[in-house]
Design a protein around this ligand. Sequence first.
Ligand code: XIL
Length: 370
Amino acid sequence: MNRRAFLASTVLGLSEGRASVAQQTPEIDLREVAKRKNLLVGSACSFRELQWPEFTQLLAEEASIVVPENEMKWQAIHPAPDRYDFRRGDALVAFAQAHGQLVRGHNLCWHEANPAWLLQTATPQNAAQLLTDHIATVAGHYAGKIHSWDVVNEAIHVEDGLPGGLRSSLWYRLLGARYIDLAYQAARRADPHALLTYNDYDLEQDSPQHELKRRAVLGLLRSMRERNVPIDALGLQSHLHASLQPYRWRGLHRFLDEVEGLQLQVFVTELDVDDTALPSDERERDRLVARLYREYLHNVLRHRAVKAVLTWGLCDRDSWLNWRQRRPDRLPRRPLPFDAELRPTPAYFAMREEISRAPSRTPWHPPAAG
Ligand code: XIL
């Protein structure tokens, strides 16, 4: 049985004997379901995965938008002060163009994945030049080919105790809060057609820590708007943690109402579910992971500002969560819509069902001119 036939036979209630979406339209995949709602859907992809034919076939079928997992980060794309290496980023852009997909750029300014040379040579005197030259070169190289850039990634870390909840990152220590404005202005100059996104994690769930972070991010977005710093979108990374208790999402709704009030688009940029707190049993784990996918998407997609949903990887085999610390029972985690053998997991069907039930939205739109 090929994958499409398999999908068609498993989806939406076939086993319960009622007519399913897939029976009516057996070819249906995530990309198509999302398109009907004017929603982009896709995932991060590594250069290594691009060499795997079964994977790329799946990615081409399922995704209308892709993002390089690491290949456009400073360390990868700017390996020496006077050398840029665009080969791996270009490979993903070429793949996407060949398959009618959009590309997110990730990322231009972060406290991680910085090359050793940068840490050794950056000073308060040369930092603004280093940052804006890098952005001009990288965003300039891809100008016209990028749907949205994560310009600044993860600038908030309330625990650091700085004003506005800013993170004590390399760029903050060198330049203070103004590094953020510099980065967005440089990105707009280099590629006026890309949506400029602020991307961060721990903004989704019901905990005092997430609530504090939501407030700080909102403060940052508001002040950027007030200062006329060019920004078009918020990226909710959405690295979720499954637990046995369902979440309520009240804080998320309030937050997204405010973000919508700032006229920003919203992208779910790095969705995955960490199952570390769940029992070993695979079926039970899959059920609870899928439940969280379902609940989260059900809630987040009620907000029409949400124009894209990307998972952080497509299949469990390559998830970053499986390259980090093991689960206590040493079993691999199952955080993504496809398992290690590229079979759809219950999370896949949860995604597809929630997207097919979501309210239709107006399509994403490029930055307003000027
Ligand atoms: C992760 C990658 O998945 C790993 O391969 C890499 O070793 C570290 O970075 N937030 C982000 C992503 O914005 O860039 C991170 O990606 C995951 C957390």
